[in-house]
Design a protein around this ligand. Structure first.
Ligand code: GLN
Length: 238
């Protein structure tokens, strides 16, 4: 991986309260040898203040939010999101949504930042987890599919575009023929998923923020990490 051009060091934080933060660290370190990327595991507001960008890993969004509150990180994270790029994977995607459905009893805190409504565990429970090869324009080597790992993944229920926020850009959709038969959710199309169907969206960007409902960090393929650095992080440093 040699395609990102970063002249100065860039510090990328990974929220390291719970979940797959170590896997994100490994993926970023694969890029860091040539990209001058410094990785910080973020557990305090002070850690966060050193970062140019942040990744929120998959895991359990309710637990991550609870621990963020205990660590005094909720408000610093919300402030960070107003200025700097953030990518959330799976549980991290839930935390970046403006609204969430199917929460645990009592609801849950969100960090917000992306204008979508999302459903926790929208594809079903742990046993209904699945993998699907995704075709994604914009990644390096786009003709090679990216293996999407969906583990109790959330589903994007609705997009809320507005003139006050940057436009929402769909990066990847799950074609209906790849949705496992056991999924309780049915997309509204016979062939490939409809361009208007938000429930088929599995990766999107809004301005400097990105969410993926699957786990790029659980594969050996670091093209999504490269994509985040190239399209969300580097432009904010110029
Ligand atoms: N369902 C989990 C949650 O609500 C997310 C699962 C995951 O990150 N693999 O946070």
């Amino acid at each position: 991986m040699t395609h990102v051009q970063v002249n100065n060091n860039v510090t990328i934080g990974i929220l390291a309260l719970q979940g797959a933060f170590a896997e994100h660290q490994t993926a970023l370190q694969k890029l860091s040898c040539q990209k001058k990327i410094l990785v910080v595991l973020v557990r305090t507001a002070e850690d966060l203040s050193a970062c140019d960008a942040l990744i929120i890993p998959g895991g359990e969004s309710t637990t991550i939010a609870f621990l963020a509150k205990l660590s005094g990180l909720l408000e610093p994270l919300r402030t960070f999101l107003q200025k700097k790029p953030v990518w959330g994977t799976c549980a991290g995607a839930i935390l970046l949504a403006q609204a969430v459905e199917n929460t645990k009893r009592g609801g849950q805190e969100l960090f917000g930042g992306i204008s979508v409504t999302i459903a926790r565990n929208g594809w079903g429970s742990q046993v209904e987890s699945f993998e699907a090869p995704l075709s994604i324009d914009g990644l390096l080597d786009p003709s090679t599919p990216f293996m999407g790992v969906f583990i109790r993944a959330p589903v994007v229920l609705a997009l809320h575009p507005s003139t006050e926020n940057p436009p929402i850009e769909v990066i990847a959709r799950l074609p209906i023929n790849l949705v496992p038969k056991s999924q309780k959710l049915t997309l509204h199309d016979e062939g490939d998923s409809s361009p208007h169907d938000s429930q088929s969206i599995v990766a999107l960007r809004q301005g400097r923020h990105m969410l993926t409902t699957f786990h790029p960090e659980l594969t050996k393929d670091s093209r999504f990490h490269e994509y985040f650095v190239r399209t969300c992080v580097v432009p904010t440093l110029l």
